[in-house]
Design a protein around this ligand. Structure first.
Ligand SMILES: Cc1cc2nc3c(=O)[nH]c(=O)nc-3n(C[C@H](O)[C@H](O)[C@H](O)COP(=O)(O)O)c2cc1C
Length: 368
């Protein structure tokens, strides 16, 4: 048996102890500072016999036992194990550095508070530590800007004003042309630009280095003229290809138990192929670039839907593991980031107030 310390270990203090955390597998132990020595004994594949030989002052059986325990806890890798394969994939494919890797894997599939827990936590916190202001004001020295021509004369503003998150979808289907416009607005290829090395696709949204890392997958649940199933959207071909027929799964299982998602006729998953961006930019800030782009794409999709009087509800509360399984993604650099749930809007249950100074205090809602 050969063992190795994974590249994806980070350590940090916790009181007088040290937490050793493998962010790729999410395994963690807390140990005495001296025990972190064992993280240095096998920087590459090393047999247990060689470790024993290098530590003659240790009783071999108990040392062997310790090493096996660290393997079982996910802190040391055993050659050929599933964790070792995972780490080899990471070493081969992850080009965005340790800081982005730590963030990316550590936040995946995390627990979310449900709505009532979240509300009660916020109410409780409001009492002792009110929310920071949700906007910054200017002084009376500021230049007043001319009123924006809102809906009256500007169709763009008209559409932007129509976009609203409404989680209450009617049981109606959405049409294929409506879905088509939404996908095209976000990811349709509208041209190419020549770079030093290749032709880069241009879309209706900007992309860092025109690397366009995103793909869209659609779970069509109730779209006219489309049989239910999981589809891939090709922005170049502007077509949908079926990958799987409808699943017995419920959307809420993919969205951390948010039950309103079960009523939505179409679900769009935005999946990043991180290597498209990291091929050019191999620094952790490129990870931010990818996340920013998800916002651009989603906004265009949401506006296209608003233009067709559809509601789109965005969510980042994904069960990444379940979504990846549903979409058949296995490469660690292909990662679901964001989802949009599209439907015909019913009555919006959100309380929406007109802008006005009386609504400016973030806690005024609770007090009311
Ligand atoms: C990145 C992001 C993640 C969101 N995640 C959720 C979510 O998990 N569940 C949800 O009900 N709404 C989610 N929303 C929707 C927001 O609650 C909504 O945008 C906000 O209340 C403002 O309303 P508006 O979209 O009508 O302007 C998300 C919005 C964004 C931008």
């Amino acid at each position: 048996m050969r063992v190795k310390v994974p590249q994806t270990i980070v350590t940090f203090p916790s009181g007088s102890e040290i937490v050793v955390y493998n962010y790729l597998t999410k395994d963690a132990i807390t140990c005495a500072p001296a025990d972190t020595y064992w993280l240095t004994v096998a920087p590459d594949w090393t047999s247990i016999e060689d470790i024993l030989v290098a530590h003659p002052h240790f009783e071999p059986q108990s040392l062997q036992h310790e090493i096996k325990a660290l393997v079982d806890l996910g802190i040391l890798l055993e050659e050929g194990s599933s964790n070792a394969v995972k780490e080899a994939n990471y070493n081969h494919s992850w080009e965005l550095g340790r800081a982005a890797g730590f963030f990316h894997f550590a936040v995946m599939d995390n627990e979310y508070a449900d709505l009532s827990e979240s509300v009660s936590r916020q109410k409780h916190r409001t009492l002792a530590d009110p929310s920071p202001d949700l906007f910054w004001r200017n002084s009376d020295k500021a230049i007043s800007l001319p009123k924006c021509n809102r809906a009256e004369s500007q169709p763009l503003f008209d559409v932007m004003l129509k976009r609203r998150t409404n989680r209450n979808a009617l049981p109606d289907s959405i049409s294929l042309p409506e879905l088509s416009e939404c996908l095209y607005a976000g990811l349709g290829v509208v041209g190419f630009v020549k770079s030093e090395t290749c032709l880069l696709p241009l879309k209706l949204t900007p992309s860092g280095g025109a690397r366009n890392p995103f793909e869209a997958f659609v779970w069509a649940r109730n779209v006219s003229d489309v049989s239910p199933g999981i589809y891939h959207y090709s922005g170049l071909d502007h077509s949908l290809e079926k990958l799987a027929t409808d699943t017995s799964q419920l959307p809420m299982d993919l969205f951390k138990g948010q039950d309103w998602t079960d009523n939505m006729p179409a679900i769009i998953f935005l999946v990043a192929e991180l290597r498209r961006t990291s091929w050019k930019y191999n620094d952790p800030n490129a990870y931010r670039v990818v996340l920013i782009e998800a916002g651009h794409i989603a906004q265009n999709m949401m506006l296209a839907c608003a233009n067709n009087n559809l509601t789109t509800c965005p969510t980042a509360a994904l069960s990444h593991r379940h979504v990846s399984a549903l979409l058949g993604l296995s490469d660690i650099t292909q990662t679901p980031i964001y989802a949009l749930l599209v439907g015909k809007p019913g009555a919006n249950s959100d309380v929406i107030l007109e802008p006005g100074i009386q609504n400016c205090h973030p806690t005024s809602h609770w007090a009311a």
